[in-house]
Design a binder for this molecule. Structure first.
Ligand code: PBG
Length: 327
């Protein structure tokens, strides 16, 4: 009999007590792993519930500052901001206006909570009247004309105080043009977190209610990735790294853990995953029906995402998970 086999080896020995399990645990979650997404709308004293995302709201700037304070108090180090502008147009003007909604929010949050890291989602779907992530002509989303807007928006966001710029539009070449624009404007130290492998996913459903950004025609399959593709994700990440991405993201998270793992192993860059609105909403809905234990399932998904290789996780569970981990 081989010495390493049963009955000499009994993996259950190390599972006998909580202390033993804690000692040999390979992956540990911490509030420091989380980035909290916030939706910012115009107005004052506004906190409008998002029905498909219980516990989440569209905040006016003043209310967003309070939510940011809650994150800081719980040890969640970073926020990613999405804007709902008061006016949408064909050129997504609200995305790069100096007085744009997320620019205002960034200034107000930085003023009150300078220790928080502010990440700017850079995409146009919330700012265009047609809801697509770029300039549209004859029913098509044009790549290169959109890049000029992306460059402008990155600089406007950096000027407003964002610490990290996160392009999520899936336009080819967007990371490179943003890097050059940031460098030229004196922001060579501002990192880019590329939504490098972003899939055309049904899991974004609740977000489109939250950000009021559903496309008015067609879908995003012409620019976001086909869920069936893995090798293409590695090519997408390689291109973004070549163009100057400092960190990369895979999105959604749980259905794409193979991609998270491969990206981390292959590139070794700080790697993140976005547990998107639909992933959050599914857990909430099942828990509300009493079908699953919310805390247990939510923490299990988060630890799985980290175990697969994510260094940090964008998640609507950031505050709740931080509270659970502290208790
Ligand atoms: C912007 C963007 C989307 C999400 C993040 N940035 C929506 C989309 O691509 O349709 C989705 C996030 C989520 O579902 O939580 N393009």
């Amino acid at each position: 009999m081989r010495a390493m086999a049963f009955p000499t080896t009994r993996p259950r020995r190390l599972r006998a007590t909580p202390a033993l399990r804690a000692l040999v645990r390979e992956t540990e979650l911490s509030p420091r792993d989380f980035v909290l997404p916030l939706f910012i709308r115009p107005g004052k004293g506004e906190k409008r519930p998002i029905s498909s995302m219980p516990g989440h709201f569209q905040y006016s700037v003043d209310e967003a500052v309070k939510a940011a304070g809650e994150a800081a108090a719980l040890g969640v180090p970073a926020l990613i901001l999405f804007g709902i502008p008061d006016k949408k147009d064909a050129k997504a003007s609200g995305a790069y206006a100096a007085g744009g909604i997320v620019q205002k929010a960034a200034r107000a949050i930085k003023d009150k909570h300078p220790e928080l890291l502010l990440i700017a989602d850079l995409c146009f779907c919330e700012y265009t009247d047609h809801g697509h992530c770029g300039i549209v002509k004859d029913g098509r989303v044009l790549n290169d004309p959109t890049l000029a807007l992306a460059a402008k928006t990155a600089v406007s966001q950096a000027k407003a105080g964002f610490d990290v710029i996160a392009p999520s539009g899936m336009m080819d070449g967007q990371v490179g043009v943003m890097r050059r624009a940031l460098d030229a404007a004196g922001f060579s130290d501002t990192p880019i977190l590329a939504y490098a492998a972003k899939y055309a996913s049904g899991f974004y459903g609740p977000f489109r209610e939250a950000a009021e950004s559903p496309p008015s025609f067609g879908d995003r399959s012409g620019y976001q990735m086909d869920p069936a593709n893995f090798r293409e994700a590695l090519r997408e990440v390689a291109l973004d790294v070549e163009e100057g991405a400092d960190m990369v993201m895979v999105k959604p998270a749980l259905p794409y853990l193979d991609v998270v793992k491969a990206v981390k192993d292959r590139f070794g860059l700080p790697t993140s995953a976005y547990q998107v609105s639909g992933e959050f909403a599914m857990i909430k809905a099942a828990a509300k029906n009493g079908w699953i234990d919310e805390k247990r399932v939510a923490l299990e998904t988060l630890v799985s995402i980290k175990r697969a290789g994510a260094d940090f996780i964008l998640t609507y569970y950031a505050l709740e998970a931080a509270r659970w981990l502290a208790s």
